[in-house]
Design a protein around this ligand. Structure first.
Ligand code: 6YU
Length: 514
């Protein structure tokens, strides 16, 4: 038993310290696991919703499980904490865990056959599409180099890519139609990048820090039993009743001296106030709520209010929407080997920016359709992805409006008005989810990795023996190099559990030296 005076009261040790974790996503579960392993005994997790997992949410559609939130393990290899955990628990298939798969340096989805359709109902082949895909990925790699060099020519990723594309286009010897088609193809890549980064426009992404996000090796893979199989596994090994659901936290009061009704002799520096009026005194609180929630509620969620440095960073960092629309068909209209159907609007170009008419043209932001494989697992299911304002707007429509609209899009692009509409639809609404308010974070223009570190800083900013750690911050938006991912979130939870453990260990060594 570790008994140390941590400054919060006599005899306070990690085994009798109360730690409350706010939120029950993967960051929270990671933190809870590590705390228990370190010897903390009084750990409580408070989740606003009726389920755990947060932005990991697998749902049944037809015969398969689809992912409303996180879908792939990005970079499934040794340094990926989610991959390691999933492999240890036997949650991945053989191909995903093979050494060959882990060694591949492609930074992204499995390579596969893409089919391109245009808005005039034509199909275009790889002789036209491949060079544009290659050009885009070369420019993207180039844009990541500014992280090392510091001197950035322009502020945003979008501006940089547009300048480079304009420069390349000057060299093209094509006629107007061919040239416009090339630009339209590059615009599809811009929309895809918006989804990957969860932003409305690449003009919002800061150029210099873009390269700080670390892409791990390995071909992205999925969980055959759904991403939720990882959450279920993590939950199973936690003590029963550690998580309270439907328990939204209203305010975290810190820097105080609070008592519990059943333990009046002992005081706690933090008090967690729930929306239902319940209060829970604690020695430490780990906040794992999404950055979208913090952006909206930072003024009232933490009291005394957050220091201005933290508020600035919360405001500066980006947090946008990437939404998904799943369409289940009776029969496929695509070829069996097709992995991705891309939609090319021939009148669009990354060099011409127009303000979108959301009502009339929200669906133009859809990149295309990812074909869910294998058929035996999912049936005939397409996944449309779209980001930004259009993704937010889509949430205001009804299922049948979205379904009808996408059926018309499919008819127009394939040139086949006889394709039957999908038999069912399911979609995400991350922007209007009151406890998430978007999909994930990015380094917006005006922000940098330093802001991520500032958001992650615990309170009080300079903890001492007299003023020990009280409020700690975890979650994807607090991981400097893996932000926006499940592995970043998991590692951030582990990091904060280690921070608390180190905190107690440091007081043990101080006491030992006195
Ligand atoms: C990944 C992927 N993926 C798609 C979509 C989304 C996300 N991600 P949580 O939100 O999970 O938990 C917080 C909890 O707090 C939650 O349960 C709340 O209800 C609760 N809460 C809030 N307020 C509360 C209150 N007041 N009281 C109590 N509780 C409260 N990640 O690895 N692979 O394929 C995708 C994708 C549509 C929405 C993703 C993916 C992101 C992850 O889902 C996400 O990071 C983690 O689940 C977050 O876990 P958490 O615990 O932090 O929060 C170069 C470069 C560019 C950089 N970008 C690269 C992009 C790579 C990421 N792309 C992802 C893409 C997809 C498709």
């Amino acid at each position: 038993m570790t008994q140390v005076d941590s400054g919060g009261g006599p005899g306070r040790g990690l085994d009798n310290s109360v730690v409350v974790i706010v939120g029950c996503g993967i960051a929270a579960l990671g933190a809870a696991h590590k705390l228990l392993r370190h010897g903390f005994r009084q750990v409580k997790v408070l989740e606003a919703k009726e389920r755990g997992g947060g932005r990991i949410w697998s749902c049944r559609l037809g015969k398969g499980l689809i992912e409303i939130g996180a879908q792939w393990i990005h970079g499934p290899s040794k340094q990926n904490a989610v991959f390691q955990l999933a492999s240890q628990h036997g949650l991945l298939d053989e191909k995903a865990i093979s050494e060959e798969n882990q060694a591949v340096q492609i930074a992204g989805l499995p390579p596969g056959v893409s089919t391109y359709y245009t808005s005039s109902g034509k199909r275009i082949g790889p002789e036209i599409t491949d060079p544009m895909e290659e050009l885009y990925s070369t420019l993207c790699l180039k844009s990541r180099e500014f992280f090392e060099s510091k001197a950035e020519p322009v502020r945003s990723l979008g501006e940089f890519l547009k300048l480079e594309i304009a420069r390349c286009a000057e060299e093209w010897k094509d006629d107007t139609e061919a040239r416009n088609l090339k630009l339209a193809l590059l615009n599809v890549e811009f929309k895809m990048e918006c989804c990957i980064s969860g932003t409305d426009s690449l003009d919002l992404i800061a150029l210099q820090p873009f390269g700080e996000y670390v892409m791990l090796p390995g071909i992205d893979c999925v969980f055959p039993g759904g991403f939720k199989s990882l959450i279920d596994t993590m939950m199973k090994s936690l003590p029963k009743d550690i998580v309270s659901y439907n328990k939204p936290v209203k305010c975290i009061h810190w820097n105080g001296s609070f008592t519990a009704p059943d333990a009046l002799e002992r005081s706690y520096p933090v008090l967690v106030e729930c929306e239902n009026g319940e209060t829970i005194p604690a020695d430490h609180v780990i906040v794992t709520v999404p950055l979208g929630f913090l952006k909206e509620h930072y003024k009232t969620f933490i009291h005394p209010p957050l220091p201005s440095s933290k508020v600035n960073s919360i405001q500066k960092m980006g947090f946008g929407t990437n939404n998904k629309i799943f369409l289940e068909f009776e029969e496929p209209f695509w070829e069996a080997e097709c992995k991705l159907i891309k939609l090319v609007w021939e009148d669009e170009s990354p060099l011409v920016s127009t303000r979108p008419n959301l009502q009339k043209a929200w669906f133009r932001k859809i990149v295309g359709f990812i074909v869910l494989h294998p058929v035996q697992r999912y049936g005939h299911v397409l996944l449309a992805v779209l980001a930004g304002e259009e993704a937010n707007f889509m949430e205001s429509l009804s299922d049948s409006e979205v379904k009808n609209c996408l059926t018309q899009v499919i008819h127009r692009f394939t040139g086949n008005p006889l394709i039957p509409p999908p038999k069912s639809i399911m979609r995400s609404k991350w922007h209007s989810d009151r406890y998430t308010k978007g999909s994930y974070s990015y380094t917006a223009v005006g922000s940098s990795g330093d802001d991520i570190d500032v958001i992650a800083e615990p309170l009080p900013i300079k903890s001492t023996k007299e003023q020990p750690l009280q409020v700690l911050f975890a979650g994807e938006a607090t991981h400097r190099t893996f932000y926006s991912t499940t592995h970043g979130a998991l590692q951030s939870g582990w990091r904060e559990a280690d921070r608390l453990n180190d905190h107690y260990l440091s007081f043990i060594s101080i006491n030992a030296n006195l």
